[in-house]
Design a protein around this ligand. Structure first.
Ligand code: GLP
Length: 245
């Protein structure tokens, strides 16, 4: 694992965007695995600026997102499809038909998850997977549990995650109880992984990810087994790692 400590969220976002931009320049038809949440928003803003300046081109890029709430359609302003359109896709020269987010409107979980896995497979695999991390160490919506789920599957969201994500909804009752998410195996099959973490609320999860035992109780700890992981974290998220080094 390569770990870069930066001072601020802005610095984290610039560095992350530069890494993604480099990937796009080196391979213009890259398959990018993308994430939602507040963590990557600044990264997407930097990518939008780079695209506007003509430094990066999305015309041959394919994107595949990690997860989606079950039951929300793309027009719902808290769906991850809406988030991606709003924070990135609507502002760059990407072909929308080459952007894939699990389809939350497919009620049959098996069908929705198989369809997403098939997209990953037929795309030729993810070149660079961007990840945030939950305060409990979850990645995508792979919550702490007793095993590492291999493929895209339906999950019951923990109260902790629903609570954390309720800030975007009118009330916690509006937060869906289930989601479709890429599995740990789907994430681990990406050629490169870029994990971002900012803020003190991520310090314990980040420490456990890097130095803790590899356990499905901290889903991100599995990244210790991946050959090409880059972590960019701000000072607050790095606090425990720095203290224990
Ligand atoms: C959600 C998403 C994750 C994200 C996490 C952290 O649960 N499914 O992909 O990493 O939240 O979100 P944030 O970046 O807002 O802290």
């Amino acid at each position: 694992m390569k770990i870069y400590e930066v001072k601020t969220y802005d610095e984290m976002s610039r560095k992350a965007a530069n890494i993604i931009a480099a990937q796009m320049v080196l391979k213009p038809n890259s398959v990018l695995g993308l994430a939602t949440g507040s963590t990557p928003v600044g990264t997407y803003q930097n990518l939008i600026e780079a695209n506007k300046k003509g430094d990066i081109d999305f015309s041959e890029i394919t994107t595949i997102n990690l997860d989606e709430y079950q039951g929300l359609d793309g027009d719902h302003d808290q769906s991850y499809r809406y988030f991606m359109n709003d924070n990135l896709f609507n502002h760059v020269n990407i072909r929308k038909e080459c952007t894939y987010v699990p389809d939350g409107t497919i009620g049959d979980a098996d069908e929705a998850c198989k369809a997403h896995e098939e997209i990953i497979r037929t795309s030729g695999g993810i070149d660079l997977q961007l990840l945030g991390i939950g305060g409990n160490g979850h990645i995508a919506f792979n919550e702490p549990c007793d095993h590492f789920p291999a493929k895209t599957h339906v999950v019951t969201l923990t109260e902790e995650t629903r609570e954390a994500n309720s800030r975007f909804f009118a009330s916690i009752d509006d937060v869906p109880t289930h989601a479709y998410t890429m599995g740990i195996g789907s994430i681990m099959s990406a050629k490169k992984i870029l994990l971002l973490a900012n803020g003190a609320a991520k310090a314990q999860a980040l420490y456990d990810t890097v130095y803790g035992p590899i356990t499905p109780q901290v889903p991100a700890s599995v990244l210790q087994l991946h050959p090409d992981v880059t972590i960019i974290a701000d000072e607050a998220a790095m606090a425990l790692i720095r203290k224990n080094r």
